[in-house]
Design a protein. Sequence first.
Length: 344
Amino acid sequence: MQSKAKSYQFSFILLLGVLLFTWFLNISSGSVNIPIKSTFSALFNGEVPIDSWKYIIWNYRIPKAFTAILVGGGLALSGLLMQTLFRNPLAGPFVLGISSGASLGAALLLLGSSLLSGFAVFGFLNDVSLVIAASLGSFLVLLIVMLVANRVRDTMALLIIGLMFGSVTSAIVSVLAYFSDAEQLQRFIFWSYGSVGNLSWNQLILLASIVFIGVLLSVFSIKKLNAFLLGENYAQSLGVSLKKSRLLIIIATGLLAGSITAFAGPIAFVGLAVPHLTRQLFNTMEHKILVPAVFFYGAILMLLCDTIAQLPNSASVLPINAITSLIGAPVVIWLLVRKRKLLF
């Protein structure tokens, strides 16, 4: 038992080292070629040959790298919460329709701006308003899901209702897209690709605060999550309040997935695959280990995907959604084939 604890400690130290390496790799790459020595100097407030390099590193690359950590870790953790709550390996952070609500809020602003022309005239259509619209959409769906969770006893019924909310919001987005012009559609499509490079320091601090609350609620739910793995009846026999526990997990997921989608757009794959990847590598179902490990793995994966998405010496950036699936999916398939079973 003691050797296993030491093994986990070593694994977390290794994960922290890999995280720091991928973080530095991420801020060292971009459209402007900045030497590694100059990057180190800029980080530790040393002399940099070109002043603009320091500005690029501190005002673009470092916020982008920290955003990638929050986005990857938060989505992976919300995916773990949903898979455990519903005891379903295909569950992810989007099953409750919270991210779909954020997409609906964004779509109403971007695709319905012709209906809201008064807002557009006053310059309302900008990045800040987009975040507000997406946040309101995700919060509205989260509120509805919480009200439903109070009335529905069966967790699987809640999962189906969440999927139905997602279908309804997707249908409304489709109708809005049908009546939109090419420019509006293009703007919405670019938003749907996802991006971790559009946040200012103030926006990053706000996102970090919300994600921190979501992570804190997840940590408080560790014992409840372990009980849910054994079934609702067993969890209830251990004195776990199903209604309160479900609400706490749903709120944590809503804060994580909703805020991340609002700030960075809908990013697929990470929330679904990273929990499986972590279970395979750590060979455990203990959430005391899984919660921090999943966050680390999600952050590392998102940093790597963002580094790959940024084409070297080019202003073009590939869609982060495409990269997460192209890079991550083959790895998970290989692990599952090698292990020949899902650890769930």
